[in-house]
Design a protein around this ligand. Structure first.
Ligand code: NAD
Length: 451
């Protein structure tokens, strides 16, 4: 399928027509200051608009996602549109309950009095989205921002230009300019936005830019949520069902051609599991994408040549078990498994963020835990084990944004779970009620009678 109905909006002329950042923020702040965003009815109306945008314009978004990342229709629907609808519907179903004031106990000495905790909207929030799930990671935070009664500026990623243009063109048909402004652009446009005063900044992307965002926010004392990445390990113990293990690792790893923040980055295979896992991973790739993944309709492409070159430079590390083939013109890189990888190899230094899976052998669980703890705290840690003791040790002796036994990646699609990192993998959390917490001020209210 070739694209794209949304492409004309990506022209420099369209971007040049954007109003100054200060004007955009002033308009959204004036709207917020009227108080109109506070009632539940306004919030529900915005979420209904967002729902219509996703359902009525799904074809345009699917075409844009294919143009940007070669995303197959089924995967794109599930991980971008369906995911966001699920988040939205969960929010709509529970919002009234989440916004109820919560009574607090008043200590004897202050009685008679009542106390409660209320959730106050913050004001104008800025959402800066990355390119890898360019629709989901723009609109899922927006669900929380609007549900919490804020107005929002949305900055989609310039590295997913078709999706960015589709959002900018289509979203204003469903949400008014006093509720949400979409600002397209790259570093200069984002820098101009970051000079403005926001009431919260929600950034998803890499840690280097996360530091720029946080420094800019500090000038206005604006709180930030930083949804970052890093190397998410998978621990595999001997004795587990390696066919099931390999299939679930491959499903999580090669989704979106490995360009997923919570993708398994590398495998720490304990003892005898390393050798046995290799052939199972190769089988799992074949099962998922056939003999030639280049022709598999659901296998994606690398976002751009810079990332393609970065990834192909990692292919010499270790021994290639499966994959390794690539084509720069189409930015295709086969699902690749590397065995006998040394911890010092380049592929083990930074987040891979592509379809290359190194397997590192470690002698035992102690070594696996030490390996994890010597490095930055991961966004997610996965383990395949049947041992309650191993589960307990990994839970208590490691720190990561999330921990999942037997199921990589899927925790992010469970809206009752917080989604966020710790240390280098980020700060703050969202999804479901955690988004309301993030985009609200939790205010203490005391009421003591005067007589
Ligand atoms: P990116 O290049 O699209 O950048 C993200 C955003 O930052 C874009 O909107 C971009 O315009 C803006 N930006 C870039 N440079 C800037 C600058 N100098 N000043 C201000 N703004 C700037 O995306 P990326 O950073 O390549 O994203 C990939 C990273 O994001 C990976 O590390 C991945 O793990 C992480 N990630 C995390 C999550 C999560 O939810 N925790 C989700 C997806 C991706």
């Amino acid at each position: 399928m070739t694209h794209t109905p949304a492409a004309p909006d990506a022209t420099p002329a369209a971007e040049a027509a954007q109003e100054p950042a200060a004007v955009t923020v002033a308009r959204l702040r004036a709207a917020f200051d009227t108080g109109r965003t506070r009632p539940l009815a306004w919030r529900r109306a915005q979420l209904a608009g967002l729902r219509s945008l996703l359902t009525e314009q799904s074809d345009a978004f699917l075409a844009a996602l294919r143009a940007d990342l070669g995303k197959g229709t089924a995967e794109a629907y599930r991980t971008e549109i369906g995911f966001t609808l699920n988040e939205l519907d969960h929010t709509v179903a529970h919002l009234e309950q989440w916004l109820q004031p919560r009574p607090a106990t008043v200590p004897e000495v202050f009685r008679p009095a009542e106390a409660r905790v209320v959730r106050d909207p913050l004001g104008v929030v800025l959402i800066i989205a990355p390119w890898n799930y360019p629709l989901q990671l723009a609109l899922a935070p927006l669900v929380g921002a609007l549900a919490a009664g804020n107005t929002a500026v949305l900055k989609p990623s310039e590295l997913a230009p078709a999706t960015s243009a589709a959002i900018a063109r289509l979203l204003p048909r469903y949400l008014g300019p006093e509720a949400v402004a979409v600002v397209q652009g790259a570093v200069p446009e984002t820098t101009a936005l970051l000079e403005q005063r926001f009431d919260h900044i929600f950034y998803t992307g890499n840690g280097a830019v996360g530091r720029i965002v946080m420094a800019a926010a500090a000038r206005h004392l604006t709180p930030v949520t930083l949804e970052l990445g890093g190397k998410s390990p998978v621990v595999v113990e001997p004795g587990v069902d390696l066919a099931v293990t390999a299939r679930r690792i491959a499903q999580g790893k090669f989704l979106n051609a490995g360009q997923t923040c919570v993708a398994p980055d590398y495998v720490l295979a304990i003892g005898a599991s390393a050798k046995a896992l290799e052939s199972q991973l190769a089988d799992a790739v074949r099962e998922l994408y056939g003999e030639d993944p280049a022709t598999a309709p659901e296998y994606g492409r690398i976002v751009n040549e810079r990332h393609f070159d970065r990834l192909t430079a990692l292919l010499d590390d270790g021994r290639t078990v499966t994959g390794g083939t690539h084509d720069r013109a189409s930015r295709y890189l086969a699902p690749t498994v590397l065995a006998d990888v040394s911890p010092e190899a380049p592929v083990m230094q930074a987040e891979i963020f592509g379809p290359v899976l190194p397997v590192v052998a470690v002698p035992d669980l102690d070594a696996a835990i030490a390996f994890i703890n010597e490095r930055d705290k991961p966004l997610a840690l996965y383990a395949f084990t049947e041992s309650p003791q191993t589960k307990r040790r990994l839970t208590e002796e490691t720190s990561s944004g999330a921990l999942s036994f037997g199921l990589p990646v899927s925790h992010l699609a469970m809206p009752e779970l917080p989604f966020g990192g710790v240390g280098e993998s980020g700060m703050g959390r969202y999804h479901g009620e955690y988004s309301i917490e993030t985009f609200s001020h939790t205010k203490a209210v005391v009421d003591k009678p005067l007589a």
